[in-house]
Design a protein around this ligand. Structure first.
Ligand code: FEO
Ligand code: CA
Ligand code: CA
Ligand code: CA
Length: 594
């Protein structure tokens, strides 16, 4: 018996079957539209998209490439409108430019790529009585931030000698944000954006720390170092230290300078989602998406001020500058010999245990022997290595449940687990050569997010439910959807967890899934949609009447190009493939899944 149309409240839809169709497939009774595509003009003066007449100037006023994280924020006083914020993680030049020569990119192509990175703020308008959304071009809040926009470093490491370059002797003013993957939305109305695989933009790494962060010793594939010396670390060794941060943006202040928050540490930030303590301090959970890297949290020492006054807003923009950064160490409760690397459940019937949050730094005080606080913030991975943090299977998005406070960590996969010379399986990462990933559920002691200890268990061990090495919170596996490589996670108003995937190792396309986290349907996982060929599903936002997803890198298949496309989504044959945002709603106008 496969999953049916019944389900927990919010998940009552007929699941979409796994498939390899070059389109977005949604459940029966649901409709969809493309909200905005790469290249659509959003700023005053930006031209309509023309794939054969791309310029950097045009792109700087158009929606960027490879949309990932999405946030929808309220817009008071403008009926039917919301503010959408999107990340543009990276560019795929071979799918953007006709006749692209990877060995010899032109200056114009490189500058278009700079302008296609970063963030977009775009006001969206809903169609009366449907969930359909479209962009409001030239709205005064619309904004583009790119690889050349100005950002400010703030917090305890701002101004550090480790952040100074020949172009910026202050160590506080950075040009650009790069590789913004997932993110978060704060209770004080700003958005957070994780700078993830920034290593790929920097050539000629020279130091051990360049290496620890994955920066190569030679030229880069993109060859930006030919066009701006700051991407050449042989010339500008500290420039890479100015990337790998969490960025905070105030989308309601189009002239504000976004901040890179050094107190949250520097690593391949996947995302950052705050939860408030009972006395109003934000706690931000964060993953470092690398094989064998770590899970972190930041606990602010300052309370959020309520209300929308200027004083409150200015105060709240300092919350992420003061506090303590921690890294997680997890211990299983089953005998080590019962964790055999195959995913077989231990005799107590669960992969579970306890954990501690190890403090790394508080303000300008380091808690790591042999490292200054500035070093802890800039070389956070090294701090985690020194204190013996648990090496995880690629921590991606982390989301606290607004209902229960439990924290869900997507661990996407780890092909190197158990390989010669690499760490083997442990109770939190129980499969060697882990192809499908798992989702960890963490409960802070006394439900206090500032606690220094927690309990944890694996909520899902992903894969084909017919595979004995899978687990769906104990729910009967005969009636759940297969899932592989969980990446982004979000909650709906019912407390269901929604999971989008990247890199489905079961052979069908990536998609979006919903699963109940409490009640007698806990673990009943159902697929809500699938995405086109080569695409990853990103940014899910689950509103009462609408699901929003970012379809990232459609057509990204080895050997594909503009001339030889692997996908013709969203506009059909003869048109260039375009990463786009999609809205899904119920044709009968009722709420999603009720
Ligand atoms: Fe950009 Fe870890 O995904
Ligand atoms: Ca156990
Ligand atoms: Ca991701
Ligand atoms: Ca990913």
């Amino acid at each position: 018996q496969k999953p049916g149309a019944s389900g927990a409240r919010g998940l009552r839809f007929s699941p979409v079957a796994p498939n390899k169709d070059d389109k977005v497939t949604v459940p029966d009774g649901y409709a969809q539209n493309v909200v905005i595509r790469w290249g659509e003009p959003i700023l005053r003066g930006a031209p309509a998209f023309d794939p054969d007449k791309q310029t950097a100037k045009a792109q700087a006023g158009q929606f960027g490439y490879n949309n990932d994280f999405l946030s929808l924020l309220p817009l008071r006083g403008e009926r039917g409108r919301q503010v959408m914020v999107a990340n543009h993680e990276y560019t795929d030049e071979i799918l953007m430019f006709r006749g692209y020569d990877p060995a010899n990119p032109t200056r114009e192509q490189v500058e278009i790529a700079w302008a296609a990175h970063g963030l977009s703020v775009v006001v969206v308008q809903e169609e009366h009585r449907t969930g359909k959304l479209g962009p409001v071009n030239r709205h005064p809040l619309n904004r583009r931030l790119t690889a050349t926009s100005e950002f400010r470093m703030t917090g305890p490491a701002a101004g550090s000698t480790l952040l100074r370059t020949s172009a910026d002797r202050t160590g506080r003013k950075v040009l650009g944000t790069l590789n913004n993957c997932a993110g978060g939305t704060t209770p004080w109305g700003t958005t957070l954006h994780g700078e993830e695989n920034f290593n790929q933009y920097f050539a000629n790494g020279t130091t051990a720390m360049h290496k620890r962060y994955g920066i190569g010793t030679g030229a880069t594939e993109r060859k930006w170092e030919r066009f701006d010396r700051r991407f050449d670390l042989a010339k500008e060794p500290n420039e890479a230290n100015r990337f790998g941060w969490v960025v905070e943006l105030d989308p309601y202040e189009p002239d504000s300078t976004p901040r890179k928050r050094t107190a949250l540490g520097r690593f391949k930030h996947e995302a950052a989602q705050p939860r408030l303590t009972s006395d109003g301090r934000p706690v931000v959970y964060m993953g470092d998406d690398e094989k064998f890297d770590y899970l972190y949290k930041f606990v602010s020492s300052k309370r959020m001020k309520k209300g929308n006054s200027r004083a409150a807003r200015e105060h709240n923009l300092t919350l992420l500058d003061e506090g303590t950064l921690y890294v997680a160490k997890l211990t299983g409760d089953s005998p080590v010999n019962e964790i055999d690397g195959t995913g077989k459940l231990p005799n107590d019937g669960e992969f579970d245990g306890s954990g501690v949050w190890i403090p790394l730094a508080t303000g300008t005080t380091s808690h790591v022997p042999g490292m200054t606080a500035e070093e802890v913030y800039v070389y956070t991975r090294l701090a985690g290595d020194k204190v013996g943090a648990t090496k995880m299977d690629r921590p991606e998005d982390v989301e606290p449940s607004p209902r229960t406070g439990r924290v869900y960590v997507a661990l996407t996969n780890n092909s190197d687990r158990g390989k010669e010379g690499k760490p083997g399986a442990d109770e939190a990462n129980p499969r060697n050569a882990n192809k499908h990933g798992q989702i960890l559920e963490l409960a802070e002691n006394w439900d206090d997010p500032t606690s220094d200890g927690f309990a944890w268990r694996l909520f899902l061990v992903a894969g084909d439910p017919d595979d004995p090495a899978t687990y769906f919170a104990g729910f009967p596996k005969s009636s759940v959807s297969p899932i592989s490589c969980p990446d982004n996670v979000a909650f709906d108003a019912h407390g269901n967890l929604w999971i989008s995937t990247d890199g489905n190792a079961l052979g069908s396309h990536d998609g979006l899934f919903g699963v109940a986290t409490h009640g007698d349907r806990r673990g009943e996982l159902k697929q809500f949609l699938t995405v086109p060929t080569g695409a990853e599903t990103c940014g899910p936002v689950i509103q009462d009447r609408r699901v929003l997803v970012a379809v990232q890198h459609p057509g990204e298949i080895d050997g594909a190009s503009v001339e030889k496309p692997a996908s013709v989504w969203p506009d059909g044959p003869g048109r260039i493939v375009r990463p786009s945002v999609v809205a899904v709603w119920r044709k009968d106008g009722r709420d999603i899944g009720v």
